[in-house]
Design a binder for this molecule. Structure first.
Ligand code: ZN
Ligand code: ZN
Length: 171
């Protein structure tokens, strides 16, 4: 399988839906400073031709690999996205859902990437109650402990501010 569809039949039979299955490879990227890699990408849906354009309606599933926002350990989770894109030989530059194709080959890779990126969580956590790293010595508090005195933090007026900010992020 590949991320490229041969759409010659759809262009010859406008309005007829052609089911397909495809996959895609997307290079590792950085999203808001975090490395993000998609694996096991599977695309399943149908495409329909209309004159010189082809509409694709599909579900994309993948595994996304990144790192925990608190403890920086590797995190992976399943992700699914709806892909609704239109492909044109001369795409409208003002339409973000329209992509270019040449000849009879529609390459889904860019549209698949855009659909998956939109479904990324605001931040990755290895678990809901990840304790993160000690802000002083950097030890991973999920797996270890340190001798940094917690009392110091509580007397620091900025730690109150920090917990307010962290609580805000949860919303
Ligand atoms: Zn974590
Ligand atoms: Zn510490």
């Amino acid at each position: 399988m590949a991320s490229t569809l041969n759409v010659s039949r759809a262009l010859k039979s406008p309005g007829e839906a052609f089911p397909f299955e495809a996959d895609a490879r997307i290079e590792e990227m950085e999203v808001l400073g975090d490395p993000v890699r998609f694996a096991d990408i599977a695309v399943k849906g149908e495409f329909v031709g209309a004159g010189e354009t082809v509409s694709v309606d599909a579900i994309v599933t993948a595994t996304v690999h990144s790192r925990c926002a608190r403890c920086l350990e590797a995190v992976s989770l399943p992700i699914a996205a709806e892909l609704q894109a239109e492909f044109a030989r001369q795409p409208d530059p003002d339409d973000p859902d329209q992509y270019a194709f040449e000849g009879y080959a529609v390459d889904l890779a860019e549209a698949v990437k855009d659909a998956l990126v939109l479904q990324l969580p605001i931040r990755f956590l290895c678990k809901e109650d990840c304790k993160g790293l000690c802000p002083k010595c950097g030890v991973n508090l999920n797996t270890g402990s340190c001798t940094c005195r917690k009392g110091d933090d509580e007397r620091n007026p900025f730690s109150v501010l920090r917990s307010i900010v962290e609580n805000d992020e949860e919303v």
